[in-house]
Design a protein around this ligand. Structure first.
Ligand SMILES: [Zn+2]
Length: 283
C-alpha cells in the first residue's frame, strides 16, 4: 500500500537517534532508549526526503526566485548605476521581504529577519557571486555532512552572521574593514557558515576540506577588502556560527533522522520569517 506520504505501519525502520533497526510500532528503541523511534511511521519518508533533497539546487532556486520577485515588486525604482547596483531591488522592498541589519532589527523590532535576510540579494552581481560560491561548496558540504546537517549549518551561519552584523551596526563603532550596515542581506553570511563548517571538518577529518575552506576564505576576504559595501561582520559571524555548529553536530558521525527533522524546522522557520516580514509590515 502506498499513499502520498508512504506512512509505514508494519515492519522495521531505522531509529532516527542511533540508526538501529526498530519495530515501527515500538514505544522505545532498545539500543538507545529513544521513545517513539518509528516516528508514527514517517521515518522512511524522512530518510527518502534526505536522499532526494538537493540542497544546492533548492537554495539557488529560492534565492534567484526571491531576487526576481523583489526586482519585480520594486517596479520603476530598480537601480541601474554601476555594476554593483545593476538590477537592484529597492531598499523598501528588501525590508518588506525581510532584510536584516541594525535598522530592521533594533529600529523596527524585526528580530526574525536574521532568518530571512540570507535568502535576499541586492543585485545581479550579488546574487551571481553568492550562487557561484554555493555551487562550488554545496555539493562538497552535502557529501561530508549529509543534506540535513548542511541545512542546519547554513541556517545557523545566517542567524549568527546577521545577528553579529545587526548588533555591531547598533552598538559597535565603525572600523575601516569592519564597516557596519544599517541594512544587510545576502547568502554570504550562511555561505561563511559553510566555510566555517568545512574549516572545522578539516581540523578533524580531511586536510582537503581545510584547504578548500582556506582557499575560499582568502578569496572572500580579498573580495571583502576590495569591494565596497561588503558586510564583513556578517561574514565573521557566519563563519563562527558554522564552525561551532559543525563542532556540535560532530561530522564524524553518521547523519541521523533527527537531523532531518531539525533541518525541516530550519527551512520552515526561514520561510516563516519571510512571510512574517510581509504580514507584520501590513498589520
Ligand atoms: Zn535508537
Amino acid at each position: 500500500m502506498s499513499s502520498v506520504f508512504n506512512r509505514r505501519t508494519s515492519g522495521s525502520v531505522v531509529c532516527p537517534s542511533c540508526g538501529s533497526l526498530v519495530g515501527v510500532r515500538d514505544a522505545k528503541c532498545y539500543s538507545c532508549g529513544r521513545s517513539n523511534p518509528g516516528l508514527w511511521g514517517f521515518g522512511p519518508v524522512l530518510r527518502r526526503l534526505g536522499a532526494d533533497f538537493s540542497f544546492t539546487h533548492v537554495v539557488i532556486g529560492a534565492c534567484v526566485t526571491l531576487w526576481i520577485a523583489t526586482l519585480l515588486m520594486s517596479g520603476g525604482s530598480v537601480g541601474g548605476g554601476g555594476i554593483m547596483s545593476a538590477l537592484s531591488p529597492s531598499s523598501t522592498v528588501l525590508i518588506l521581504f525581510g532584510a536584516s541589519g541594525a535598522y530592521p532589527v533594533f529600529g523596527l523590532g524585526r528580530w526574525w529577519t536574521v532568518l530571512s535576510a540570507g535568502w535576499l540579494h541586492a543585485g545581479l552581481l550579488h546574487v551571481a557571486m553568492n550562487m557561484y560560491w554555493l555551487w562550488q561548496m554545496g555539493p562538497a558540504l552535502t557529501e561530508l555532512f549529509g543534506p540535513a546537517r548542511t541545512v542546519i549549518i547554513y541556517t545557523a551561519g545566517g542567524v549568527a552572521g546577521f545577528t553579529l552584523s545587526s548588533v555591531a551596526g547598533a552598538y559597535f563603532p565603525n572600523l575601516p574593514f569592519l564597516r557596519t550596515a544599517g541594512l544587510t542581506i545576502g547568502a554570504s553570511a550562511p555561505l561563511f557558515g559553510m566555510i566555517g563548517a568545512l574549516y572545522h571538518y578539516g581540523r578533524t577529518g580531511s586536510s582537503i576540506a581545510r584547504q578548500m575552506a582556506v582557499s575560499i576564505m582568502v578569496q572572500a576576504v580579498i573580495f571583502g577588502l576590495l569591494v565596497p559595501g561588503i558586510d564583513n561582520y556578517a561574514h565573521l559571524g557566519g563563519f563562527a556560527g558554522g564552525y561551532f555548529t559543525s563542532a556540535f553536530l560532530n561530522p564524524m558521525t553518521r547523519e541521523r533522522g533527527d537531523h532531518m527533522i531539525v533541518a525541516i524546522l530550519c527551512l520552515a522557520a526561514s520561510a516563516l520569517a519571510i512571510a512574517a516580514s510581509f504580514v507584520v509590515l501590513f498589520r
